[in-house]
Ligand binder design. Structure first.
Ligand code: GDP
Ligand code: MG
Length: 664
């Protein structure tokens, strides 16, 4: 048996390359009859089956505009190949599938070769071969003809499909579907003998294709057809052939969308990253952009978080008042009611209230981290730190320090130089950890309700600046020497991973709540006891034990504007854990109907409040941090960090308050 196989496809889709791969040297070159167009035939044999493979001229469609199209059409209709192997450039599917769609519409037995799969991969395209094959109803074979890849399976499939009869492809022609159907019926009745489907012929006739129309030129129904043609022309108000082309492309567009996915390639990712990087890591505008992002983040955190925080706050106030009332009602002593409502509920509650802020802030930070932008932040900061003769690597522990100082201190192990490590650890407590956020936000809400984001942002910024300045100071006092250069890895940008971000938030929230339930709970009870002793004293009055302790320290704080004993006690409790400042103020001021926020408003001026926050930012690290510094270094450095932060905090808050008082 001898079969005729046609290789068809657009120019440059790899037909000749595939042809050569399939038949090797067994080829015969001539011309298509009556033309100068080269005709190549090759031979392939398997068992008793022999194939003649014909390399057709490259064409885009089966219209009859060019000699190449004419040759291909004549071949398909007159020489009736057993199988058409349509070879297309798969990296340009939509345009390349046009010819195939026409062949399938004609009812030709065809298989589809997706050539140039290497380019497809390079372009980041993903083609669902299975789906494409299912929709078209024919086999789809991926190849890289220039490398001979896929040719063997192409051979097998050619031999397997010599007698296949794929379904005629049905494209929806919308407005003219009915007319196509009408002409189709006429053709069927007339029993026209032609090697293409009656539907394809009907379409060709509607397109006014001369060659195909000739098949019906002697038909008695010619007039009927002309009427239909005229009707269609009037209805469309444009050329029928351009309408058909449009519909066909619409179909192919949908088909390609259905079967392909576009992934951004690594190269593109990097070039896109490069473009973004040129802006965000720019020497001059990089830092302002970074700061702008941080500022927007804080503003957003407060815009979104405040309503939540307020409702949680209202809930705890309500709980405190109600529980106190109930406890007294069942006949328990007054001190129990006080412990529960003044102590536990207002103390622990005043911390839990801040959960929305913590969650939102860490959502933002993990988005920045996941997207790759935070690494750019480190990168631009690195450059700035180099200018300050600091090691850029120390910015990474500092970044961690925004969450909690302790992992930051641990991360300083990555610094090669012991001196750099010590300096980094010493300045890390100046970076605002998440425990300080509740204190900042409480005061910002109470005293600067219109500029909460800005106030908190400024404290974070102040912390960073102080850390950099102090590092420089330590470097020049304690150690001298050059900084080793550092290459920082800049990963390509990508969309943040939702799961990562949620996980990050969850870990933060858990850590925060755990601390509120244990360390802060214990501290609250401890403070409550000190505030209730000696027996019979008015709760949290100046005569209580805690009042006396606070009163001793208060005069020292007077120059900073917050020289009252309650602030002094709050600061002391903050050494246990920074959030304690809030719970202690909650415990000491109790929670009256109006809540802690408005109570603070009557006890702090905005200036004093901000000075207090500067103190909170700088003074003595929490005990866990001190213990970690001792573990990582030794008691000497732990002691130094306690001392210098206390002195620096005092100086700065006094300076701030005194200078501020001159202007306000
Ligand atoms: P034809 O016009 O359809 O006969 O296409 P050719 O076989 O002449 O191929 C056109 C160009 O594409 C040639 O330079 C081939 O080397 C190249 N080519 C063919 N197949 C592949 C392929 O799978 N991958 C790549 N990258 N190039 C190919
Ligand atoms: Mg060629």
């Amino acid at each position: 048996m001898k079969y005729k196989i046609a290789l068809a496809g657009n120019p440059n889709s790899g037909k000749t390359t595939t042809f050569n791969q399939l038949v090797g040297a067994r080829e015969k070159i001539g011309n298509w009859s009556g033309t100068t167009v080269e005709r190549k035939e090759g031979f392939l044999k398997k068992n008793d089956t022999e194939l003649v493979i014909v390399d057709l001229p490259g064409i885009y469609s089966l219209n009859a505009y060019s000699i190449d199209e004419q040759i291909t059409r004549d071949f398909l209709i007159n020489e009736k190949p057993t199988l058409s192997v349509v070879i297309i450039d798969a990296s340009n599917l939509e345009r390349n599938l046009y010819l195939l769609s026409q062949l399938l519409e004609m009812g030709q037995n065809a298989i589809l070769v997706l050539n140039m799969m290497d380019i497809v991969k390079q372009k980041g395209l993903e083609i669902d071969l299975e789906e494409l094959s299912q929709i078209l109803g024919i086999p789809v074979i991926p190849t890289i003809a220039s490398k001979g890849e896929g040719i063997d399976s192409l051979k097998d499939i050619i031999f397997d499909h010599l007698d296949a009869h794929p379904n005629i492809l049905h494209i929806d022609y919308g407005d003219i579907d009915e007319s196509i159907h009408a002409i189709d019926s006429i053709i069927k009745e007339e029993k026209i003998d032609i090697n293409i489907s009656s539907k394809a012929l009907a379409i060709k006739i509607l397109e006014n294709d001369q060659t195909f129309s000739d098949f019906l030129k002697d038909s008695p129904r010619l007039e009927d057809i002309k009427v239909i043609q005229k009707k269609v022309q009037d209805k469309l108000k444009k050329d029928t052939d351009s309408y058909i082309i449009e519909r066909r492309y619409a179909y192919l567009h949908g088909l390609v969308k259905e079967c392909t996915k576009r992934q951004i390639t690594i190269e593109e990712r990097f070039t896109l990253s490069d473009k973004i990087d040129r802006i965000v890591t720019n020497r001059y505008i990089g830092i302002p952009i970074f700061l702008l992002f941080m500022y927007l983040l804080f503003t957003l955190v407060f815009k979104l978080g405040t309503p939540l925080v307020e409702s949680i706050d209202a809930f705890f106030n309500f709980l405190a008042v109600k529980s106190s009332y109930l406890i007294l009602k069942i006949g328990s002593p007054a001190w129990v009611a006080s412990l529960v409502s003044d102590g536990i509920i207002s103390g622990v509650g005043s911390i839990i209230v801040f959960l929305p802020y913590i969650l939102l802030l860490f959502m933002g930070i993990s988005c920045m981290e996941d997207s790759g932008y935070l690494a750019r932040g480190a990168f631009i900061m690195d450059r700035m730190m180099h200018a300050l003769k600091l090691h850029g690597k120390s910015f990474i522990p500092m970044l961690l320090g925004f969450g909690c100082t302790i992992p930051g201190i641990m991360a300083a192990r990555t610094l090669d130089s012991e001196k750099d490590r010590i300096i980094t650890i010493l300045v890390l407590p100046l970076i605002s950890c998440s425990a300080r956020l509740p204190v900042y936000t409480l005061f910002a809400a109470a005293l600067f309700p219109k500029a909460q984001g800005l106030v908190v942002f400024s404290l974070y910024l102040l912390g960073i600046l102080l850390a950099i300045i102090m590092a420089r100071v330590f470097k020049s006092i304690l150690f001298k020497g050059e900084v080793a250069p550092l290459v920082m890895e800049l990963p390509p940008y990508r969309l943040p991973n939702f799961k990562n971000v949620l996980f990050h938030m969850w870990i933060r929230a858990l850590f925060f709540l755990k601390k509120a339930g244990t360390l802060i709970f214990a501290a609250v009870i401890f403070i409550w006891i000190l505030a209730s002793l000696p027996v019979g004293v008015e709760y949290a009055s100046e005569e209580s034990v805690i009042g006396k302790i606070g009163s001793i320290a208060a005069p020292l704080l007077k120059p900073a504007g917050f020289g009252n004993w309650k602030s002094a006690v709050a600061l002391m409790s903050g050494i246990i854990a920074k959030e304690n400042v809030v719970s202690t103020l909650g415990t000491l001021y109790g929670v009256e109907e109006e809540g802690l926020t408005s109570t603070l408003r009557s006890h702090f001026t905005p200036l004093a409040g901000y000075a207090f926050l500067v103190m909170i930012l700088v003074y003595i690290p929490c005990v866990a941090t001190i213990a970690t510094i001792k573990n990582e270094l030794n008691w000497k450095w732990a002691g130094i960090s306690v001392l210098y932060t206390l002195i620096l905090g005092w100086i700065l808050s006094v300076l701030f308050y005194q200078i501020g008082s001159l202007f306000l």
